[in-house]
Design a binder for this molecule. Sequence first.
Ligand code: FES
Ligand SMILES: [Fe+2]
Length: 396
Amino acid sequence: MATEPVFASIGQGDVDFLGRDPVPARPYYDPAWYELERKAIFLRNWIEIGHVCELPQPGSFIRRELEFAGASLLIVHGKDGVIRAFHNVCTHRGTQLTQEAEGRTSTFSCPYHRWSFGLDGALLSAPDFESFGLAKADCALSRIRLEQCAGLLFVNLSDDAPPLRDWLNGLAEELETLPVAQATTFSEYVYDINANWKLTYDNFQENYHLRFIHPKTGQATFSPDNPYGYPVRYRFFGPHRTQTIWSNPEPRITPLQRIAMGKAMASALQRGIAGGPNGREYLALFPNFFILGTPAPHFSHVVYPLGPTRSRGVIRLYWVGDDANASERFAREYVMATARDVHAEDRAVIEAGQRGLSSGALKHIHFQTQEALCRHLFVSVQEAVHQYCDEHGEQP
Ligand code: FES
Ligand SMILES: [Fe+2]
């Protein structure tokens, strides 16, 4: 039985505080602006880099490359159960300790002169160590702040940033109610794209393009009372934002989707409740992460800048519990493949947008009310850059 549709278009009055002015185009391609964003935003904010289910036991580790910082990180599950992050850099003369993307170990041993480090980063042994005149306690791996919420791992390269929960600005509790907090496994799709990170990210922040770019695959979101699939509600939490995404009250769910989602979730979708009054919650954490919260699939996307006009996206579908059988494995991969197909429809138009902007033809771009989340990201970026410039005497 379908629930009563509650769609009402979001009005300009709901987002008046963001203004209506044209938005400068330069921040979407200019290398000097990108450099300011790197320092003002990416080196000072909590950046999502993975999930605790990747580090199931003591000794489990993952390596993460943060191109925007020129850094390679080791995220390690310690013997004491604590998950820590270190620079993947030997404290003798700087050699990277491992090139493995993930694994399980009891120590990290440098390939150059065999300095050896424990899971807590302490220097355990080093050949001829007495000849250095050093104390081992002063040679531990360089540590990076790592905190978690809802199983999601965040790192921060600044010592001055507030704790993760303060920075989440009231969203921590909401995140913790999501299935991702219980996730035990995931499907992943990584892509590089010739586009500024904000363009890549904004494509997921508006449904204005759905009817043109996804006329077929967008059908799940369209229904007669909301033919363009516009969202139901926006909320703003400092630089973070959420939207309740419209759910067609009478969705078509394929048998494979039903298997992948599990019975409870499929039946919730079928009833059109999908975790909210009439939609699914989309939680966007500044600067570059969002998760589609409820109930399934548990879709997350993080966009890492690689340069002013290049970025890398990591899309994950988080799952709770191992595959029950081969059908479930197949169904989960099918849902991942479907998500990838939909995104394939976007990629060419995102890159075409970048080429147009990079030509310098435009001084400004424009966002309408239904693109308010893109405007909110821009406003948040601009505020962070201006604050950084004020603090450091630089010109934005
Ligand atoms: S650089 Fe690592 S042991 Fe020498
Ligand atoms: Fe799209």
